[in-house]
Design a protein around this ligand. Structure first.
Ligand SMILES: Cc1ncc(COP(=O)(O)O)c(C=O)c1O
Length: 570
């Protein structure tokens, strides 16, 4: 009798163990094989990467280019540095003055190019961090340089800066009588709620102060209502800087309740279908441009491995399958439309891909140019308390939530969105921007330039077909040619919908001229021995040597041992 009980218990434990193992394996299979797909290993690895930098010589021939190419690049670097010193003198001077006191600036200026090259670049190419004015698609810096704005203000600028100036002015006029009274709502808020409900097709709305907060709240509500622990996000997707949605590099603590799974992959659906502890799936539809890869930044342009290609039908199909599984398993499907909302279509990604979510977050553009985060959701998911358990609440507050000035500018934005002239901007949107991208690519290809563009409507990224170590230099040529880029450089280019054919033709001319100059200056020199793999292997070797305290070669130096600067010192 006793033996039977022991045997049965043993069998039970074994089955339980096997079940756990199966779930573990299933989860492992659903992880992308990159470091981004393995948040913990990625964080651990990043903490080991040692700092080192290239010597003056290595800087110009990190690809083993012959001496004539090295001197060609060196001369070009001097010339461009001189041009920056003249062109951006006042803007760069003020930037240098405040940079030691602004942590954000110190960070962004450091991560514009791969770190081995960063110091010399920082010292020589400083276009500055200040702008004085904007008009149409252009901004003007403190030196009077007018540049086409390709930054899109991190995605806020969908309609063109003048549109937002009007929204803010109109909004202030609407709410001035009330001023900054918080807690109670200005009446324009009622209109905003009504419009957001219509646009999202969802029942209720909550207001927050940033996209990050909106995402936090949506996930918190999903956990509260499902009573489940895990959040699923996709490899590479950005959802703000809150810990749970940023489980890898950049977050000092481990996110224990997050699974980072493969985008557009059956293995992920299997995990969703079989586990019963997943509260929600978070989707950033921008990933359709580069599934499973992080936001492309030029600081990661170690080689030419950056890839992007948008397939609308394939991504829509994926979202539909995801929708089915989430419905079947009672998992809350959250579309994070902080970036793409109102950019792809008035009804956002839900309309564009024809898939409905249970909750949607908006931000960036929706408050007419002022700071905002919004959650729209199904009524049963938005409730923050239980009728039958009065002490069991889901808490969320925020001092500045629904600030009257923000609500005023949002009113103007949502009202103007309805106007026929605004609606016309969406007509043929994709056809227009796909054609523009194709035309630019045809010109780049005809000139045999090592650069192409890929786009999801007005959101573009730049790729580099042939292996190279200096692709990150293009951002400095582009700026010198009057194109304003954000700190991630050529990784993310964002157009506003007010770009006319003439504006775009001018941008394309400047882009091609910049790339031609880069080519003529020898930065895209290549040899059959140079492959993306050989570059990565070489850099890894350098890191290992630097880690062991040795220079990778006699051409490599430790920090601060080589203070040779070219041109101007910013
Ligand atoms: C998809 C997405 N979600 C959330 C955020 C965070 O928004 P915020 O910067 O307003 O906190 C961003 C910001 O870029 C985003 O692109």
């Amino acid at each position: 009798m006793n033996t039977n009980i022991i045997l049965a218990a043993g069998l039970g434990v074994l089955l339980l163990g096997l079940g756990r193992l199966r779930r573990r394996l299933q989860l492992s299979r659903a992880k992308h094989r990159s470091l981004a797909g393995h948040a913990r290993i990625g964080r651990w690895f990043s903490s080991l990467v040692p700092y080192y930098e290239y010597s003056d010589r290595e800087f110009f021939c990190a690809d083993d280019a012959p001496p004539e190419i090295e001197s060609q690049r060196r001369a070009a670097f001097h010339r461009l540095a001189g041009l920056y010193a003249r062109q951006f003198a006042r803007t760069a001077a003020l930037t240098a003055e405040v940079q030691p006191e602004i942590a954000d600036l110190q960070f962004t200026s450091r991560y514009r190019v791969p770190f081995q090259f960063s110091r010399l670049v920082r010292q020589n190419f400083n276009a500055g961090a200040f702008v004085a004015s904007s008009a149409g698609p252009m901004t003007t810096d403190l030196d009077g340089n007018r540049r086409y704005d390709l930054t899109g203000s991190y995605g806020v600028n969908v309609m063109g800066y003048d549109f937002y100036k009007d929204c803010i002015d109109g909004g202030v006029a609407l709410v001035r009588e009330l001023g900054p009274v918080l807690g109670a709502y200005h009446p324009v808020t009622a209109y905003n709620v009504h419009r957001l409900r219509t646009l999202s097709g969802l029942d209720e709305v909550s207001f927050h102060m940033s996209g990050t907060e909106a995402v936090m709240q949506a996930v918190r509500l999903a956990r509260y209502h499902t009573r489940r622990r895990y959040l699923v996000r996709f490899c590479g997707a950005y959802h703000g800087w809150w810990g749970d949605v940023q489980p890898g590099v950049g977050n000092p603590t481990a996110a224990r309740d997050t699974f980072t799974l493969r985008d557009m992959d059956d293995a992920t659906l299997r995990v969703l279908r079989t586990r019963s502890d997943i509260a929600c799936v978070l989707v950033n539809p921008l990933q359709a441009l580069h599934p499973n890869s992080g936001a492309p930044s030029d600081s990661m342009l170690v080689d030419s491995g950056r890839q992007a290609r948008f397939d609308r039908a394939a991504y829509a199909h994926w979202l539909k399958r995801l929708r089915e599984v989430c419905t079947e398993r009672h998992i809350v499907l959250i579309f994070d439309e902080v970036f793409v909302g109102f950019r792809l279509a008035p009804g956002g990604a839900q309309e564009y891909f024809d898939v409905r979510a249970d909750m949607v977050t908006y931000g960036k553009t929706v408050a007419g140019g002022l700071p905002i985060g919004v959650v729209c959701g199904r009524r049963d998911l938005m409730r923050r308390f239980r009728e039958d358990r009065p002490a069991d609440v889901c808490f969320a507050r925020g001092t500045f939530n629904a600030h009257p000035y923000v609500m005023g500018a949002m009113h103007e934005f949502l009202h103007r969105l309805e106007l026929p002239e605004t609606q016309r901007r969406y007509a043929d949107l994709d056809a227009t921007w796909d054609r523009r991208a194709a035309e630019l690519n045809a010109r780049l290809e005809a000139d045999d330039l090592n650069v192409r563009v890929a786009n999801l409507s007005t959101i573009w990224t730049v790729t580099y077909p042939r292996p190279g170590r200096y692709n990150w230099m293009l951002q400095y040529y582009l700026r010198a040619h009057g194109l304003a880029l954000s700190w991630v450089g050529t990784g993310r280019i964002i157009f506003s919908l007010d770009y006319t054919e003439a504006d775009f033709a001018e941008v394309a001319d400047r882009f091609v001229s910049a790339a031609r100059q880069m080519q003529a200056d020898g930065w895209w020199w290549t040899s059959p021995a140079l492959t993306n793999k050989s570059i990565r292997r070489r850099v890894l070797g350098e890191m290992l040597r630097a880690w062991r305290g040795r220079p990778a070669s006699d051409r490599l130096v430790r920090p601060a041992a080589d203070e040779v600067a070219l041109g101007n010192k910013a």
